[in-house]
Design a protein around this ligand. Structure first.
Ligand SMILES: Cc1ncc(C[n+]2csc(CCOP(=O)(O)OP(=O)(O)O)c2C)c(N)n1
Ligand SMILES: [Mg+2]
Length: 694
């Protein structure tokens, strides 16, 4: 049934790809040649015969997506980008893994044209692919919900090459389970079942029947064996292509194809040898490989002109595909003016007119947990921003991340007593799978233009740390909602009480951490978060109620949140003697301490600092206006470790903090027990005032 045309030039191009992989690693002296050599025909088959892509327009919205989950084998992708002509040239392959090159060790999003996602941490690519598929379906629902299956310009496939490591990592299992439930029929994973990882034969650590496991997740599974049961190795591209065709035809289930390969085949001395995974093959072995491939062993980076001319013909094919798509897209625009208008707005990275006016203002005096005010803001934003969607890892009611009245994103048959579902639903249910939630949200924002958020308890953000980090590394606007942000969780005890988490998350470069003090700070925080397009944000919310400050002139406007830190309440008389810097639920403690200090004739300024990252982006003048260098007496107040605050405290400063794990007990008792009180802040302020004078 083979549907592809495969010529001698295709065979030749695969050989070229193998030799290039060996040469690129050999030249720099390090890297991962083995897998790039054995997977050259797989990647070639995808890029030349199956992927709907236009190398000259790598951002064409109608394209299929390709994810190299085994990021270490980056040459697998770079060589195909070169052969298809997305902009990478032979010199880029010669500069592999060198500083400033377009071909870094692992593929990097926004760095190399045609790379859809940064991969390297194993498991991430395949887990993010599930997010890509969520995004595809949700966007289809926004723009073109009534199109018959397979007919919409917003239908596309997501191809993944994964390795043993990807399938060993827990995050892939979490995400695969959701993908099966969601019936994401446009995901096609090719698993390089080579039985090799760094420590050699995977028999030492990976023996389950993986396909049975994926069958249990309700995936469509297939097996293609190029070793022919260890008899005669044959790169049967037709067998693989047929399997891909069957996977495409199966639109009701995600597909995985186990492709039994031998790493580094056909390199003499290195085939099926784990040393080829992560080390240069050695000049002699590279020469032997070239002989086997029929190339001159004395030449490097061999690319015969007729091969390149042949492979770059994929550009014409891609342009034709895009032309056909344009016709379909034009028809869609005509028939769906509303969907088209929304598409135009989102793909122009624009927000609707007056969207900010939807954001509520909260009345002074109302005592409300910031998780609750956040829930209210999400719900008002949801009314004006159809691109906003999200949910939680089984804690929707606790994180206040549910868009009320909206359907849940799942096939209709998954409707429960509590949740009405639709394949285009807007409320996400990740189950208790925080790591996959992070990667799925990342995949959603990578794939398209919608904005997704996901919530859990801040304590369990540890399970998503890597997702947060890779979101920051990629510069993508994932939104993480982390509630239950302190010992105020109370009776659940230390397992549930974040202590080091604020500092630990702030340590991730490019991740903004925002911990608003009251409902109006929450509202401004959300407004700013929605405007951010190039990096992720963690919104840190209280479980317990906090007062809504009267923004009456004495208390500054919550708009100051946009600057990260602002003077909430200035010193009662003249220049401050001490500055109290607090975040979130501890700002009220600073306010109380300011009042107490007044009776000791100490003039205290209260600075609310919901986001250190946002504050640091302000001008030197602004920062000086909030934290004048001349005021050396300073106190930080935050119910966690003080690590974040030393740069603002200077030598004379004092921290009101918790430097140990929490305990099970009533929140008010714990705050007292651990000295997170106005009285402690007053004492710390007095000590700091003395220290500042000495
Ligand atoms: C989360 C994570 N842990 C560890 C590594 C280090 N590492 C890179 S590749 C690799 C082995 C991967 O084996 P496999 O996926 O089978 O790739 P192959 O050797 O077949 O290319 C390991 C442990 C990593 N990149 N990511
Ligand atoms: Mg392997």
């Amino acid at each position: 049934m083979t549907s592809i045309e495969w010529t001698e030039l295709d065979d030749e191009a695969v050989k070229v790809a193998k030799a290039l992989a060996a040469d690129a690693v050999e030249k720099v002296g390090n890297g991962h040649p083995g897998t790039a050599i054995s997977l050259a025909p797989v990647a070639y088959l995808l890029y030349q015969k199956h992927l709907r892509h236009n190398p000259k327009d790598t951002l064409w919205p109608g394209r299929d997506r390709f994810i190299l989950s085994i990021g270490h084998s980056s040459l697998t992708q770079y060589i195909q980008l070169f052969l298809s002509g997305t902009g990478l040239e032979l010199d880029d392959l010669k500069n592999f893994r060198t500083c400033g090159s377009l071909t870094p060790g692992h593929p990097e999003y926004k760095h190399t044209k045609g790379v859809e996602i940064t991969t390297g941490p194993l498991g991430h690519g395949i887990a993010s692919a599930v997010g890509f598929a969520y995004s595809q379906r949700y966007e289809r629902g926004l723009f073109d919900p009534d199109a018959a299956p397979g007919t919409s310009p917003f239908d596309h496939n997501i191809f993944v090459i994964a390795g043993d490591g990807d399938l060993q990592e827990g995050v892939s299992a979490e995400a695969a389970s959701l993908a099966g439930l969601q019936k994401l029929g446009n995901i096609i994973v090719i698993w390089d079942d080579n039985h090799i990882s760094i420590e050699g034969d995977t028999n030492i650590a990976f023996t389950e029947d993986v396909l049975k496991r994926y069958e249990a997740y309700d995936w469509h599974t297939q097996r293609v064996d190029w070793t022919n049961g260890d008899t005669k190795y044959k790169e049967d591209v037709h067998a693989l292509s047929d399997a891909i065709d069957r996977a495409k035809t199966e639109t009701g289930k995600p597909s995985i194809i186990s492709l039994r390969t031998l790493i580094a085949w056909p390199t003499p001395n290195k085939t099926n040898d784990a040393s080829s995974h992560g080390s240069a093959l050695g000049a002699a072995n590279v020469a032997e490989l070239k002989k086997v491939l029929g190339f001159n062993p004395d030449e490097s980076f061999i690319v015969p002109a007729e091969v390149l001319e042949h492979t770059r013909k994929v550009q014409q094919k891609g342009a034709k595909l895009q032309d056909e798509w344009n016709v379909k897209f034009a028809k869609f625009r005509k028939e769906n003016p509303e969907g088209a208008a929304l598409f135009d707005r989102l793909y122009a990275d624009k927000l609707p007119e007056n969207w900010e006016s939807a954001i509520p203002e909260f009345a002074a005096g109302e005592s409300i947990a910031t998780r609750s005010s956040s829930g209210k803001v999400i719900n008002t934003l949801a009314g004006v921003l159809p691109e906003l969607w999200g949910g939680s890892a089984d804690l929707g009611d606790s994180n206040n991340t549910t868009i009320s009245g909206a359907k849940s994103f799942a096939p209709e048959e998954n409707t429960t007593d509590s949740w009405k579902t639709s394949p285009y639903g807007r409320v996400l249910h990740f189950g208790i799978r925080e790591h996959a939630m992070g990667q799925i949200i990342n995949g959603i924002v990578l794939s398209g233009k919608t904005r997704a958020f996901g919530g859990t308890f801040f304590q369990f953000a540890d399970y998503m740390r890597d997702s947060a980090r890779i979101a920051a590394l990629q510069g993508i606007p994932s939104i993480f909602v982390w509630s239950h942000d302190s010992i105020a969780v109370g009776e659940d005890g230390p397992t549930h009480q974040p202590i080091e988490h604020l500092a630990a998350m702030r340590a991730i470069p490019g991740l903004d951490i925002v911990r608003p003090a009251d409902a109006n700070e929450v509202a401004v925080a959300w407004r700013e978060i929605i405007k951010i397009k190039d990096h992720p944000v963690g919104l840190i919310l209280s479980r317990q109620n906090v007062p809504t400050f009267p923004r009456d002139g004495k208390y500054a406007s919550a708009k100051g949140v946009a600057k990260g830190g602002y003077v909430l309440l200035d010193a009662p008389a003249g220049k401050p003697d001490v500055i109290l810097i607090a975040t979130g639920s501890e700002v009220q403690i600073a306010v109380e301490a300011r009042e107490l200090l007044r009776s000791s004739q100490i003039n205290a300024r209260v600075v609310s600092m919901p986001s250190i990252e946002w504050f640091e982006r302000q001008s030197a003048e602004y920062k000086e206006s909030v934290l004048p260098k001349s005021v050396k007496a300073r106190v930080s107040i935050e119910a966690g470790i003080a690590l974040s605050w030393h740069k603002y405290l200077t030598d004379a400063g004092q921290a009101v903090s918790i430097e140990h794990f929490g305990a099970s007990g009533a929140p008010a008792i714990l705050y007292k027990e651990f000295s997170i009180t106005a009285q402690s802040a007053v004492e710390a302020a007095k000590r700091s005032v003395v220290a500042a004078k000495s």
